[in-house]
Design a protein around this ligand. Structure first.
Ligand SMILES: Nc1ncnc2c1ncn2[C@@H]1O[C@H](COP(=O)(O)OP(=O)(O)OP(=O)(O)O)[C@@H](O)[C@H]1O
Ligand SMILES: [Mg+2]
Length: 214
């Protein structure tokens, strides 16, 4: 069983959207997936609402607190899940717990400079834990290309080659209890999620990131 943790130390960077999109992509690839909302003081209401609207039995969706995570993971192993995706709330304790158990860590980040402040501490934390990881740029639109380059994030982190663009279909699909790929299978969002999933699958299989290979 592999564990992918989706973390940031800033809210609203697209963690839940990325986590549920990847969970559905992994299922389409034949994997049995458990999606866990890791919360510090409340249940992961966003994932919960999505799962209720969705009405499907899969992917399985649960919520727990950082101190319950090890037991939750042991339970997931017993159940025979292939992949656990952790949608982690912003907070040092839950992020540290989720990084510690992860096989791969994904750090969604918006380009807007204020949001980088959430990515850099998460990147540092993941590096200290020596975990394979990558930053994925979210809410991206082409006019941000220059700003992204100027941020110089690639000096300290692997950046996913695929960017999650700013698309209203992410919002609409969430409201419909679907992933973007289910909601608009022929659209660009479905293609970028599929590409992100393939990238993570390779990294989980041991392919080094650009920085770790250097
Ligand atoms: N690429 C995108 N384009 C447009 N809207 C997006 C995109 N990604 C996410 N959203 C929307 O932005 C909002 C915030 O996204 P999301 O809930 O995934 O962020 P989060 O990091 O999980 O937030 P929180 O820190 O509150 O848990 C949601 O309404 C979501 O549908
Ligand atoms: Mg969230």
């Amino acid at each position: 069983m592999k564990i992918v943790s989706v973390v940031s130390l800033k809210g609203g960077t697209g963690k839940t959207t990325v986590a549920m999109s990847l969970a559905v992509a992994a299922e389409a690839d034949g994997q049995s997936v458990l999606l866990i909302g890791l919360e510090d003081y409340r249940l992961e209401v966003d994932l919960d609402r999505w799962a209720k609207t969705r009405g499907n039995a899969t992917p399985a969706v649960r919520a727990c607190r950082a101190e319950e995570l090890e037991d939750e993971i042991a339970w997931a192993k017993q159940c025979g899940f292939d992949l656990v995706i952790l949608d982690v709330c912003c907070g040092f304790i839950p992020v540290t717990a989720a990084v510690g158990l992860a096989d791969f860590v994904l750090i969604p980040t918006r380009v807007a400079s204020l949001d980088v402040s959430g990515a850099v501490p998460a990147v540092n934390l993941v590096r200290e834990a020596r975990k394979p990881s990558a930053v994925v740029v979210t809410f991206y639109y082409p006019a941000e290309a220059r700003e992204l380059q100027e941020m110089g994030l690639e000096q300290t982190a692997d950046i996913c080659p695929v960017r999650m663009q700013l698309r209203e279909q992410y919002v609409l699909s969430y409201r419909a209890g679907r992933s973007i790929a289910e909601f608009d299978p022929e659209g660009g969002g479905a293609a970028e999620v599929e590409e992100l999933y393939r990238y993570i699958k390779l990294r989980l299989a041991g392919e080094p990131g650009f920085l770790s290979a250097a």
